[in-house]
Design a protein around this ligand. Sequence first.
Ligand code: PLP
Length: 582
Amino acid sequence: MVTRAVMLVGWLCDDEAELMMEEQWKTERQGRKAEEWANLIRVFTCPEDQETRDVLVHLMRQILFELHDFLIQNVGITEAVSLKDIADRCTDTAMNREPEKRLAEVITGVFDEVAPHAVNVASPYFVGHMTAAIPYFMVHLKAIVAALNQNVVKLETSKMLSVLEKQVVAKIHRIIYRNSEDFYLEHVQNTHTSLGSFTEGGTTANLTALWVARNKSLKPAKGFRGVEVDGLAAAYVAHGIERCVILVSRRGHYSLRKCGGLLGIGNGNVIPVDVDHKNRMMPSHLKSLIEACKAEGNTRILAVVAVAGTTETGSIDPLYEISEICRKEGIHLHADAAWGGPTLMSETYGHLLKGIELADSVTIDAHKQFYMPMSCGMIFFKDPTSLDAVAYHANYIIRKGSVDLGIKTISGSREAHCLILDSALKIMGSRGYGLLIDHGIELARRFAREIASRDLFQLVTLPELNILTYRICPNSAQEELKRANPERYNAINAHFNEVNRILQQEQREAGNSFVSRTVLEQETVFPGAPNGKVVVLRSVLMNPLTTMEVLRDILDEQEAIYRAWLNGELTRKGRASSLSSS
Ligand SMILES: Cc1ncc(COP(=O)(O)O)c(C=O)c1O
């Protein structure tokens, strides 16, 4: 310590050295370095000359006000360039030492070389994933968030934005849990309690919920300071158990298995609960799994995860029945409503999520049906003290009793996304969002009828929300399947699995439209069928610009691809894939 102090004083008092440094500094500031420095500083203050700024304003205007046109002009759903070709363009790993381009050149470069190979998720013909068009104002709001560059990990770098996050979280909490005005007045800005938080997405929201559930379950005991402090091995000893499990709908998102790994219980202990032919968790199977765990004597159930809007089929688990089981057993119920949560804002279909208010925690993704730009999720807790189970403190920030949001979040530094959602809620109102939800659900129902009316298609899962699955499987084949013995059944299905796989790849690579594909259990979606897998096409209808005409075009294209395949006109063999080799 003494040596360090002496060195420090010596360094400060070394006038000669300081003078030399000052001289060197001055010389460098004259010559070339001075020019470089001036250029660098400009990057932080006022970029480019007036002429260049005019170019920039023109380019940015295209993005800010002509987003739709910009995407159509600059971004195909996918361009007919293979992934390999694109990857070959991105192999130079040497960083240039000198500046290469000015901002305007960089932006035009992005327009010319990058944007054409991005995926136009905003296209009304892109109906395959939970990523789609966003209202143009989101781009403006995102720009403001970047310009303010607030860091909501702590009050000292965000002030108003941390307070705003608490308010927005409370607004969404209120549509889920519908507590009294007094409850929200007590908690909205309470520095000791927390109704939830923003996260990077659904994965981190689920992880936060299960982290809380784990810590609450493996709580401190005599000689044990809790799992967060002493770890899982000690927790198992202290609690007299040998394993922990999480029971999850078989249709649960794979992020839940990641949680099993991250929380140290092992993803093999994230146990699937069977679903019925409507892809909803079966309470009877949940009960029997709970009984089986109890009978083992040394297994702790940390949580049950029900899904409100499954990723593959958009199904909603029976939340009331599941919550009743969890309440009786004292198990944490987490509702993963990453997709379906905003349905609560629909005046027509909000009731589909009834029972969600009984969940101990709820995930909702804002970058899904709140139409926010990537990436923003949220986690909510029924009990405003739940997040205490994962609170962390440090000396220089996130001090006890402060509003520092980083005390109770997985991430440290993060963007003030609350500003975007708060503004969007003001612009759209819950009614606006509700109407978007209504559009998606009603369009999905009409699409389902259209599919069912076509001879070449089979509707596989009906839309409960705005997601449905179907496949090419002509009526004649469907009839044959009804009479087929298991062996024949599986042979026919294997054939159509291959057909649908090829069809989806062909359509994707043609780049006019996009539906995704997934694999479901044959015996679940077709009651009475032998065990097996069925490849299905999956449509996610969230883009308000998607119409029935668009959907008919998509089906027409699929029929055309199928007919071309039947006639041996497809040339997939040896063709490079534009997105992946799958
Ligand atoms: C039901 C569900 N939960 C969680 C997630 C994971 O969300 P994210 O990709 O935002 O991490 C998804 C993503 O599609 C989802 O559908």
